[in-house]
Design a protein around this ligand. Structure first.
Ligand code: ASP
Ligand code: MG
Length: 272
């Protein structure tokens, strides 16, 4: 039955997963969409988290341990609060907290190494800035389970194969497609909604890479192409494409229709 259903990739950005009540809305949206199509969900880090992680990386390089510690404490508090309010099943909660603990420890270890060397490698910068997505994906997957869906968090390092251009990696589509099909198709057949970390991938040798700031949209389109999905939906702060940034221009409105070419041109000149 599942095989004939449409496949949709849905991406939720940092604002959409910014706190427990936002994530609850995401879970509602996903539950409704799961009635009539197979879904792969892609998530960003909770809003602001990637900036904080990069700040931690930079402060480590400068040797400012107390700032780094403060950043990790705030990250823990923010994510713990979300877990407490969203994930109630004891086993699920333990599993999510364990994964999160691994992320914090990895982040702290990387920051300590950077501090000792007083040098931030591009590779460590990528690994540290990837932690936000690696924290949010298990949280969102557990929230979907709380809503009665079957779900599994997937680290994109397993399925998006990239070149080794740290900070702005590009996917190798053939290898990515093979991995995506191998890892995700089986889950979809079993009715499981994969929740994939946006923003990151890995080289064929397994070194974590990032696709560039704001890269989760790119992740979603890579996965959609790799899986021959019917549709990719980017959930974001505004509906559709707007005439200008509504934060900057009063009276900005949604463009009713636009060609791919015009959209590409807008993007080329810096529109989001
Ligand atoms: N979290 C990453 C960033 O802030 C990727 C994304 O949100 O798209 O750049
Ligand atoms: Mg974004």
């Amino acid at each position: 039955m599942t095989r004939n259903r449409q496949l949709r990739v849905m991406k939720f950005g940092g604002t959409s997963v910014g706190d427990a009540s936002c994530i609850r809305r995401v879970a509602e949206i996903v539950r409704n969409a799961a009635h009539d199509s197979d879904l792969v969900v892609v998530v960003s880090a909770m809003g602001g988290v990637t900036n904080k992680l990069i700040e931690a990386a930079t402060q480590s390089e400068a040797g400012d341990r107390s700032s780094v510690e403060a950043i990790f404490t705030a990250l823990r508090n923010r994510h713990d609060m979300a877990v407490n309010s969203l994930v109630h099943a004891p086993e699920q909660r333990r599993a999510v907290l364990r994964k999160m603990q691994d992320c914090y420890e990895e982040g702290e270890r990387l920051c300590q190494g950077t501090d000792l060397r007083r040098e931030l490698s591009l590779r460590d910068r990528d690994s540290i800035s990837s932690l936000g997505e690696r924290l949010s994906a298990p949280l969102v997957a557990a929230s979907l389970m709380e809503c009665g869906l079957r779900s599994e968090a997937i680290e994109a390092t397993e399925i998006i194969v990239t070149d080794s251009c740290h900070g702005a990696a590009d996917p190798c589509m053939e290898a990515t497609s093979e991995r995506c099909k191998g890892r995700l198709r089986g889950l979809l057949r079993r009715g499981i909604v994969p929740v994939v970390t946006g923003f990151i991938g890995a080289t064929p040798e397994g070194a974590l890479t990032t696709l560039g700031r704001g890269g989760s949209d790119y992740s979603a389109t890579i996965l959609a192409a790799a899986l021959d999905a019917d549709e990719v939906v980017i959930w974001t702060d505004v509906d559709g494409l707007m005439t200008s940034d509504p934060r900057a221009v009063e009276g900005a409105c949604t463009i009713p229709e636009i060609s791919y070419r015009e959209a590409a041109e807008l993007a080329h000149f810096g529109a989001k």
